[in-house]
Design a protein around this ligand. Structure first.
Ligand code: ADP
Ligand code: MG
Length: 249
């Protein structure tokens, strides 16, 4: 059974003349434990695919299956959020400014029906390389990288199987991007996680992902594995163009 099966997914916003077809006929599968990338220029529909999966893009057609279970409409039940969690691009926007790290994590753990909250908060902070001394800090007392670590800890609180990562490092200083990517790589192997990761940065995806889909204007133009990406053997002209750009060619 795959972690994720997407078949002929269409996602649109608005109606009539205002309608924007953000994703058109996208199909791909992500195996359990796999790390799968979505790449493509800004506006190509990458985030919209993640948002459709989590229920944040209400109008879609086609099939979305999570661990063999088909999703219907925009409603997502509690089991879903125990299976799938999303990490957003901007840790500044995704954390409440008046909540301490402890509040953020304790409340999330409670929502997931967890017990032993105290011990779990400590463990989560340790898992993301922060440790207990960060526990009672507010977001403004943390660096961008530390905030994204808290956002990752929050995503892990319910012990999900699948993380949807939407450009998880692109709002961070270049110097801390690699740290967070390495953390994500370690967490995937330690927790047996499956990743669906959006990035406009091909080297990042080449480093982090086993396979990737190249998107253009809402469509997937090519799915390839890491070896194909690295050897520059992409089939589609657009993939080669994107690849050439990112290699500075
Ligand atoms: P990417 O993540 O690849 O940069 P997005 O998935 O955010 O692209 O956007 C894909 C397209 O859908 C863009 O044309 C964008 O303007 C449009 N879009 C995204 N969200 C909305 C929305 N809430 N309402 C209307 N159009 C949207
Ligand atoms: Mg996006």
């Amino acid at each position: 059974m795959n972690a994720l099966d997407i078949k002929d997914l269409n996602v649109w916003f608005g109606e009539g003349l205002d309608r924007v077809d953000a994703v058109k006929g996208a199909s791909f599968s992500v195996a359990q434990g796999e790390s799968f990338g979505l790449v493509g220029e800004s506006g190509s529909g990458k985030s919209t695919i993640l948002r459709a999966i989590t229920g944040l893009a209400p109008t879609w057609s086609g099939q979305i299956e999570i661990e063999g279970q088909a999703l219907h409409g925009a409603r997502r039940d509690r089991t879903f959020y125990k299976t799938v969690q999303m990490v957003f691009q901007d840790p500044y926007a995704s954390l409440h400014p008046r909540h301490t790290v402890d509040q953020v994590l304790s409340e999330t753990l409670q929502l997931h029906g967890m017990t032993d909250i105290d011990a779990r908060v400590e463990k989560l902070l340790e898992d993301v390389g922060l440790g207990g001394r960060f526990r009672f800090r507010y977001p403004h007392q943390l660096s961008g990288g530390q905030r994204q670590r808290v956002a990752v800890a929050r995503a892990l609180a319910g012990e999900p199987d699948i993380l949807l990562l939407d450009e998880p490092t692109s709002a961070l200083d270049v110097s801390v991007q690699a740290e967070i990517l390495n953390l994500l790589t370690d967490l995937r192997s330690e927790h047996g996680l499956t990743y669906l990761m959006v990035s406009h940065d091909l080297p990042v995806v080449g480093h982090m992902c086993d396979r990737l889909a190249v998107m253009k204007n809402g469509e997937i133009v090519e799915v390839m594995d890491k070896a194909t990406l690295r050897s520059g053997a992409a089939q589609h002209a657009y993939s080669r163009e994107l690849l050439g750009e990112s290699l500075g060619a």
